[in-house]
Design a binder for this molecule. Structure first.
Ligand code: PLP
Length: 293
């Protein structure tokens, strides 16, 4: 499943000022079920788990996690049992009403629901050792899928031809995707990250994986924080789809696109900038919210 790549760069026809152009890298089309960057981040983790003889894969996430959905789908497709440690003990009774978790269970994922307090220990060595013991033979992938192997995968997003872009824009959650892009960029390109979360120490997390300094996080477009959005963002996403036929999601890529167009209107980008935005995927479950009936 990790062999094929159906990705291309599509120009967005948006009547931009100052000879600025935007192309979108359609990573959302990478795989019909496991979209975009979660596929990239799992690729070398799964390879390592297999090479080292692990028999199952365990990871962490909240109730709407694209990473949980992706891990469960990859497990089903490749025949690898998966375990999801899910934030929120109360979900144990109602998770079947949550589309992400219901689908993950259908894909064969087994759940362990933990309290929010316990969940905070998710990178603590002792907690991980307990999980290893409870689920023996388990390869553990961190929350959001971001680790050294994930970066090897996200380094494959940019191709040789993409060196002609002056700016590369990407949505940021845990920072694994932007880190890979920074590592495979050229020093004269500028990488702009748009965090979907409020606050946090993201720059430190990214700096663990990169050595270049040709990047910047723009914290002005999180719309109130992770998974928060408003009517203005939804109508923006609808308008962009009408004009370009490309649908963005309201958690990550829609916020980034809003930010990119707002920055263009404020003169942030020099004349003639060639901008590449990465469509990291994440569309599952959003059609009903975004598409007017
Ligand atoms: C998870 C996700 C991101 C964030 O990726 P990180 O590597 O965690 O920064 C961006 N876009 C989409 C659609 C995602 O699902």
């Amino acid at each position: 499943m990790f062999e094929q790549e159906n990705v291309f760069n599509q120009e967005l026809k948006l009547d931009l000022p100052n000879q600025i152009s935007i192309h979108v890298k359609r990573e959302d089309l990478l795989h019909p079920e496991v979209s975009g960057n979660k596929f990239r981040k799992l690729k070398y983790n799964i390879a390592k788990a297999k090479a080292l003889g692990y028999t199952r894969v365990l990871t962490f996430g909240g109730a709407y996690s694209n990473h949980i959905a992706a891990t469960a789908a990859v497990g089903r497709i490749l025949g690898i049992p998966t375990i999801g440690v899910i934030r929120g003990e109360e979900l144990v009774h109602v998770y079947k009403q949550n589309p992400t978790l219901a689908k993950a269970e259908e894909d064969g994922m087994r759940f362990k629901f933990v309290t929010r307090t316990a969940y905070r220990e998710k990178s603590n060595a002792e907690f991980l050792a307990d999980l290893q013991q409870e689920f023996d033979g388990t390869y553990i992938v961190p929350e959001g899928g971001t680790n050294d192997e994930a970066i090897l995968g996200t380094m494959e997003i940019l191709k040789e031809d993409d060196k002609s872009f002056t700016h590369i824009c990407v949505a940021v959650g845990t920072g694994g995707t932007i880190a890979g892009i920074i590592n495979s960029s050229t020093v004269d390109q500028t990488i702009l990250g748009f965090p979907a979360l409020k606050g946090s120490f993201l720059s430190d997390d990214i700096n663990k994986f990169v050595t270049k300094s040709n990047w910047k996080l723009i914290h002005d477009y999180h719309f109130g924080g992770y998974a928060k959005y408003n009517a203005e963002l939804i109508s923006f996403i609808q308008k962009i789809e009408e004009k370009t036929d490309v649908l963005f999601d309201p958690i990550y890529t829609g916020k980034m696109m809003y930010g990119v167009l707002d920055l263009i209107s404020k003169g942030h980008f020099p004349a003639g900038s060639k901008i590449l935005v990465i469509h990291t995927g994440g569309l599952q479950g959003w059609n009903d919210v975004i598409r007017k009936k």
